[in-house]
Design a protein around this ligand. Sequence first.
Ligand SMILES: [Zn+2]
Length: 491
Amino acid sequence: MTSADIRTTHTSTPNRPRTATILGRSDDAPGTAGIVLRALRGVRAPDGSVVDVYLDRDRISAVTAASAPPPADGAAAGGTHVHEGPRPLGAEIDAHGWRILPAAAEPHAHLDKALSAPRVDLRQNDLESAISQWRELYASIDRADIYQRASDAVRRYVTHGITTIRTHVDVPAAGDAMRGVDALTRLRDELRGRVTLQVVALVASDTPTPVVEEAIERGVDLLGGCPHLAPDPRVETARLADLAERHGLDVDLHTDEQVSLGEGAHDVDIAELAEQVLARGFAHRVVASHCVRLGSLPPERLAAVLELVRRAGLGIVTLPITNLYLQGRDAPQPAPRGLPALRAILDLGIPLAAGGDNLRDPFNPVGRADPFETTSLLVTAGHLTPAEALAAVTTGARTVLGLPPVGIDAGCAADLILVPDTDLGDVLAGQVDARVVVHAGRIVADSRMARSIDLTGTAPNTAEPTVIDSTGPTVGTVPMYSESGGERHVR
Ligand SMILES: [Zn+2]
């Protein structure tokens, strides 16, 4: 069965609920988190059409023109079998006035470091000074501390439409090496079904191999490291690749997080990584994160390196906000920027993901955990088109992370963002606050908030103000129900 089959307009007699729950206006009080969805009606698709989107647990089962009858259970027009199992559970929501996008994935975060900025005297950090400031701070940080800040950070990511987060976690040579691994694998397991966390062991070059193996034993999902900071990047790349092969793990390495080039043929570490992947016939997925040095290579060398990267099947993750902050500080004018050669990467069809990297810590004192902050930077600093920028935080990010594809199409993962139906450019500029976020067919965040603006020149509002407190808008009861065919889960 192809997705085209299930997109067929359905003409069979519908089992249609008479009333759909209405999502309402974008400034209504939030109240839908926890609801499992069966259908979103009347929502604007990325191509501008207005559609009904049917969900069956963690997948989109059909997309039809709005107000067309829904697919009948078990059969689409022409007799094609659609649903194998029983009727999908969940609520049907009238989402007129809303626009639907695939959910974003954050391809590179550091949840163990996130939100630590208030504890340090933030200097104007470059990469080296941020690392030493973090190491100093990390000595006083335990499991509970990491778990709490990481949980708080995840709430920010999910609120903004990110339903999958790949986080690196320090596996240091000194102190209790497992505190970050334990805190983040626990959080990952607790959040399963609400948000997908992938935990990458970020191995320092002086972390002994048996310590790395213990981290693998304790359940990290991938192996990572920083060959570009090792005394011999080639040796460190080989050590990590050996370990990954032995344990059957995918690899995501911090790569070339400098603007200055290395020596001779080894001017960039990503070329060494690609060569080793090809020479070994490495069977697992390999991602290179940062790759800032690619932006400093002369054109001919860049073309040769990227051809190698393409042949080796590597994915690249660019992290504009952190690398624009960290890199290029000590250079004479014009300052190099912390970005790989994005246009050349896209032109060769190399999978590209974009994310935020650090969040309010010594490596990046700002940041909103927001994919549309990243899209803004990709457009202004990276010179991508808005469509390319959106792809880098959604479909491209999921390709690089090895996740099932997202899109507004049958068969795609039911990971979605609903935003008010305004111009897509407003959304990518980060102008749109209200978001309803769906992971695996379930609403995991609803961040509508009330807004009051006085610019009309009408008579003053003399109504008694209701109590305003510092806790933000009250979560009210939204009239939400589904008349037939399913249960509703509310936490
Ligand atoms: Zn990083």
